[in-house]
Design a binder for this molecule. Sequence first.
Ligand code: PLP
Length: 452
Amino acid sequence: MSDVVAADAAHLWHPFTRQRDHDPARMVASGDGAWVTDLDGRRLLDGFSGLWSVNLGYGRADIVAAIHRQLETLPSASLFGQGHPTAARLAERIAALSPGGLNRVFLSLQGAQAVETAMKLARLYWRARGRTDKTIIVTRDRAYHGTAYGGTSLQGIAANRLPFEPTLPGVRRIGAPHPYRCRSCAGPRPASCTLACADELETLVEREGRDRIAAVIVEPVMGSGGVIPPPDGYLRRLRELCDRHEVLLVADEVMTGLGRTGRWFAVDHFGVVPDVLLMAKGLTGGYMPLAATVTTDAVYEAVTGRDTAGAEFPTGNTWDGHPPSCAAALATLDALENERLVERVAELAPLFAARLRRLEGRPGVGDVRTFGLIGGVELVKDVATGEPYPPETGAAARFAGHCRRLGLIVRPLADGGTVALAPPFVVSEAELTHLGDVLAEAHTATMEELEG
Ligand SMILES: Cc1ncc(COP(=O)(O)O)c(C=O)c1O
């Protein structure tokens, strides 16, 4: 036991972790259902599904068997200039599930690659149509689109971008909706809300010129930037603006896709069809790395048409469409459909919301936000004004630490005040009640520490 802790302490460099403060004994060793077990045999409820990814829970024999069968049949195969049956079947399934006419599927291996692919696709699309100046990609405050250099350049979370500057040229930023912090639309969208945050896109287009803007990328429900569902009408307004100004709309559903919101895709809640749709994480139930960038015939034809500069899409990675990953995805989609798990998320969503909302009105609880099985609890220094806790207080990290001590995994977000939750779709009602109880107890302990 202690030798693995020593090995970790001596050699393992953890992502997004304050390495010097990290306790190397904090490990998970196994999992079943919605629970993981640590090195000491203590069980923890995984209220964050790994990294919002292990959507079907741990110990799924069906997914493991599918991966195993594929490994025995064909463990590895590149998609460069050839195919394999599992990738072909998966592409067909993803096309059938995707909204509108989204039916051309580019497979890669992680969310960040889906983002890179979308950025390249947007630029190549306009280039192929002779609009060579249309290269600017628009992103939003608080956005999280992975940590490759393209995605890093798109980061709206400054702490994830600034240390790596200079980042990519040709990126512009607009605001993002935040009903809790937007003075004009706190609470349900009031009549006074004009969706000014969406209209920032139009202002930007007017300033830069419509011949220069290639695409805007959005998380339909913002995740790592604070768990922020958009106000009514926001995404539809963006879609209208994109149509009016010839801008591609890219929906980054790496986290929200494949049922996490109670529909197959978050955009389905808003009646919006993007030009490019990204998915990863839950695509394989978190069992294998895999991502997809899905687009329309129109984009595909423009890029691959024989007489265009982009007849070949000159990008790709060794593991794109890795057969065991595709097999895991097919088994995951089977399980989601056969066990009606997307519907189950929709059914559980009100109970999940109610369990989190029990914290409302407690000291320091500024806002509770949920959408499907995605939740966020934001602690603030001053509930009346919404003034955040100073970063050095580590409010969200303390809250998450107490949750973990009490047997619940949640994730503190980069804003320093919000903890995020995303339990597996197989979580039971009793487990959600337990989750709510632990949150309440952890909240009390956190506030004692913060306020004495
Ligand atoms: C919206 C969004 N996009 C992209 C990514 C990057 O995905 P990956 O970590 O698989 O590269 C994430 C990861 O959390 C995400 O939430």
